[in-house]
Write a new protein. Structure first.
Ligand SMILES: Cc1cc2nc3c(=O)[nH]c(=O)nc-3n(C[C@H](O)[C@H](O)[C@H](O)COP(=O)(O)OP(=O)(O)OC[C@H]3O[C@@H](n4cnc5c(N)ncnc54)[C@H](O)[C@@H]3O)c2cc1C
Length: 403
């Protein structure tokens, strides 16, 4: 395995790091102090600068207006962007748009790509992804209540979704809905259907209060209701009944995007923790970092972040070489492992800061609120652990069992 980064990617990452430190971090401060709305104009100006650099949607092919980076080259860039709470959005590689772009790129038809993918890559519109429902366990992705009934050339959708991230202000939602609820194969019952948010009957009921914040725009998580929503059959992405397979395919790369970003968060938290430990004195001349308990947090964090990065790079390397489905087990491992690392590193960094760690003077409290979900979204830890363990045990002769 070769994880070496080319000279051009090294230079690119250094340029992005400078841009982030000099121009994006001041806007992050504004958002932390006064909220996303206060930073809105500045964030759009920064996106314009990134567009000029040719780096908007760096994971998308250049022919669609992206930066054309493969996963292994994207990893260091994504890590740098993860250092800042608005980094990924400024580069238009934030969830759920990044995953929706990949889905449309690989499974959209030419008309869908022109109409929805191009403006999405260009950052002119935003999108969301509606799969999870309050009435059904999201951990069982084939158990859904939302239906799409076919009437002539149209689907008629009815259902209830929640945690539809970034629905507030989005132009379209990719909705998972049952098109063949009676199919004996549960994996063939659903399809993915693109629904414009201005379609009659599509209602963003509310932005949910999540960890004490209602959120807004791309930082929100909505409850959504669909009542008799009519869209052309041509809005279906991929084949009828392929919804589950497409969701799996979409979530694989989506999870690695999150892991790359989490490592960036870990590195910033680590810098903050070490800076504070080295300079905060418990008594004159006695820095906090002189205490062995704090030293243990620092050493453990360093080892855990480096180990997580290597696992993520191995997964990126495999996706680039063998495709997303070949790397499914690796993705399960990095999803829970990196999320756990993130949570431990953030916790130690906050603890090192004492009460300061709970204020908005650093991004630590923001991440503590926003990233507790890392162990739940895109598959809870337990789902990934059991899936990885079952595959391992099968290699030891354990038979597949149905639960
Ligand atoms: C911040 C955030 C953003 C999200 N964004 C989106 C989005 O944009 N679009 C979307 O469709 N969804 C989104 N989700 C929903 C997310 O994908 C689901 O929350 C997730 O799939 C878990 O489903 P659930 O919440 O219904 O939990 P449940 O399925 O009810 O599970 C509850 C708990 O049970 C445990 N559990 C589940 N399965 C097992 C098992 N096999 N073995 C042992 N324990 C198990 C886990 O600890 C799990 O946390 C988001 C969630 C969060 C938190």
């Amino acid at each position: 395995m070769d994880f070496s980064v080319s000279e051009s990617v090294r230079e690119l990452t250094a340029t992005v790091r400078r841009f982030l430190d000099e121009e994006v971090l001041p806007v992050e401060r504004l958002v932390l102090e006064r909220g996303l709305g206060a930073g809105g104009v500045e964030i759009e100006r920064l996106r314009g600068r990134v567009r000029e650099m040719g780096l908007l949607a760096p994971h998308m092919p250049k022919e669609w207006g992206g930066g054309g980076l493969p996963f292994l080259d994207l990893a260091p860039l994504s890590e740098v962007l993860g250092r800042c709470i608005i980094g990924h959005y400024v580069f238009n590689v934030q969830a759920p748009d990044a995953g929706n772009m990949e889905l449309l790129l690989h499974h959209g038809n030419p008309d869908q790509k022109e109409k929805w993918l191009r403006p999405l890559v260009h950052g002119d519109i935003r999108s969301c992804f509606g799969m999870t429902e309050p009435e059904h366990a999201g951990s069982n992705p084939v158990w859904l209540g939302t239906t799409a009934r076919r009437e002539g050339d149209e689907y008629v959708l009815d259902g209830h979704k929640w945690f539809t991230s970034a629905a507030d202000g989005a132009t379209f939602c990719i909705v998972m809905a049952l098109t063949d609820p009676g199919n004996p194969n549960p994996y063939a019952r659903a399809s993915q259907i693109l629904v414009p948010l201005d379609a009659h009957g599509f209602e963003v009921v509310q932005n949910l209060a999540v960890m004490g914040e209602r959120g807004e725009g791309w930082m929100s998580h909505a409850e959504v209701r669909l009542t008799n929503v009519r869209v052309p059959v041509a809005n279906r992405i991929g084949a009828e009944g392929a919804g589950f397979a497409l969701a799996q395919e979409r979530l694989g790369p989506g999870r690695i995007h999150h892991c790359m970003r989490w490592i960036g968060i870990c590195e910033r938290a680590f810098d903050l923790m070490c800076g504070r430990a080295a300079t905060r004195e418990l008594s004159p001349g006695k820095p906090l970092g002189g205490r062995q308990l704090v030293q243990a947090w620092i050493a453990e964090s360093r080892a855990e972040i480096d180990a997580a990065r290597l696992l993520v790079l191995r997964t990126a390397w495999r996706i680039d070489r063998e495709g997303a489905s070949a790397a499914r087990d690796d993705v399960s491992l990095i999803k829970f492992h990196t999320a756990g690392t993130l949570q431990r590193v953030l916790d130690r960094a906050i603890q090192t800061h004492g009460a300061l760690g709970l204020t908005e003077e650093t991004p630590l409290a923001f991440w503590w609120r926003h990233e507790r979900g890392a162990r739940i979204y895109d598959g809870a830890d337990e789902v990934h652990k059991t899936s990885a363990a079952k595959k391992i045990l099968e290699r030891y002769g354990m038979k597949r069992t149905k639960e």
